[in-house]
Ligand binder design. Structure first.
Ligand code: FEO
Length: 389
């Protein structure tokens, strides 16, 4: 794809990666992704914002073919999907200086072997005139690493936000408009990348709200030309508000745990509580992560494998703990053949979740009337807790 004009003196560059299906060797990408870079030309200075994944350096270099001089390269974030092509860009432009936060400078030398003399750090709120355009650097740590920052271009009311407000979405559309699927993709991205840093996101949102933003230009997915949609969505996702929803990641080996999950789903539904069960052998972990953005309660369902939880459950619960969702309540249900330590082992996996345990229920063999009655009681307990939210 060729460079595309956003407004006078500002161009989108980068690569739409239609076929990538896995990120960080972990995150499913059902819709591909993009690595967005941006070129801003003032009357005196020319700046490139970020680069692209090293696998597609050639795409960015082709777009830069008719750019004779580059004064600065702003590195908002050191993760390689944005910084990987920086060495190739610096090789093409020996005069260019990298601008980044003080925390980013050693990371750029560690990860990309960029010579320290080619890097200049910028302070929070520092400005840089380009001639008719001004850059204002906004330190926004933990969106997604500790070194991250954004840049605001007041003359055009553009916020270059890198991972912040991004979405893994390959599209030919330059801007999102009001497409609700972009908001869903951004929520998936928030869940996978940003959710562990919720309190820092809130602090950064206050900084963004002080700016007059007409366009958000992230480094993944389309630009947000209706920025209020994304800003208010982020404020909601990162708030303390939880929804009347229960998320149930589970596995079942011989059907007992599944019978329990099915009964609980029906009991919760009958009480007006929303439920999202995820059978983990077929679950898209991004969908599971998304469901945890808002849910008030997590119920883990597991059979017993060699005394402990099923390995798929182990992985899902470990992920939930790492993502630090704002769930308030939890429960563990499941089954076993002759003995089990699954409850103890699952409980030990979630130290980051500040939850009230509403109960545990492990059934020996086939669930029968007493188990179903206990599941009804659990559903009633959850309903009452949710009603009091
Ligand atoms: Fe898109 Fe944290 O890199």
């Amino acid at each position: 794809m060729k460079a595309r004009e956003i407004c006078k003196g500002v161009q989108w560059m980068g690569c739409v990666d239609w076929n990538r299906r896995l990120f960080d060797a972990l995150i499913p990408l059902p819709d591909g992704t993009s690595y967005n870079a941006y070129l801003v030309r003032g009357s005196e200075k020319t700046v490139l914002f970020d680069a692209v994944d090293p696998a597609v350096s050639h795409v960015l270099l082709a777009q830069l073919a008719d750019v004779p001089r580059l004064d600065y390269l702003v590195a908002h974030h050191v993760e390689q999907d944005h910084s990987g092509a920086i060495p190739a860009v610096l090789a093409k432009y020996p005069e260019a200086i990298v601008l980044c936060t003080p925390k980013a400078k050693p990371l750029l030398t560690d990860h990309l072997a960029i010579a320290p003399e080619r890097i200049r750090t910028v302070e929070d709120n520092e400005t840089l005139p380009l001639g008719g355009k001004t850059l204002r650097f906004i330190h926004t740590p933990w969106v997604h690493w500790p070194e991250t920052m954004c840049t605001y271009l007041p003359e055009d009311r553009i916020l270059f936000s890198c991972d912040f407000f991004g979405s893994h979405l390959a599209t030919s559309a330059l801007c999102s408009g009001t497409d609700p699927y972009v908001c869903e993709a951004a929520k998936r991205y928030y869940a996978e990348i940003m959710m562990p840093f919720r309190s820092m996101i809130r602090n950064n949102m206050k900084k963004v709200r002080e700016l007059d933003v007409g366009l958000i230009a992230p480094s993944h997915g389309p630009l947000h030309d209706h920025p209020e949609i994304m800003l208010s969505a982020y404020e909601d996702w990162s708030s303390d508000r939880v929804a009347n929803q229960v998320v149930i990641p589970y596995m079942s080996m011989h059907g007992s745990t599944e019978m329990m999950v099915d009964h609980l789903v029906a009991a919760l539904t009958a009480r007006g509580v929303g439920v999202q069960p995820f059978e983990l052998s077929t679950t898209d972990t991004g969908k599971l992560a998304m469901s945890l953005v808002d849910a008030a309660t997590l119920v883990v369902g597991t059979p017993t494998v060699h005394v402990g939880p099923h390995p798929h459950v182990f992985a899902a619960v470990h992920l939930a703990n790492a993502l630090r969702p704002k769930v308030k309540y939890a429960a563990i249900i499941g089954s076993y053949g002759w003995g089990t330590k699954a409850v103890e082992q699952v409980s030990a996996l979630i130290p980051n979740l500040k939850v009230e345990m509403l109960g545990t229920l492990m059934c020996k063999g086939l669930p029968q009337a007493d188990t179903f009655a206990a599941l009804d009681a659990l559903a009633e307990n959850i309903r009452a807790k949710h009603e009091a939210l």
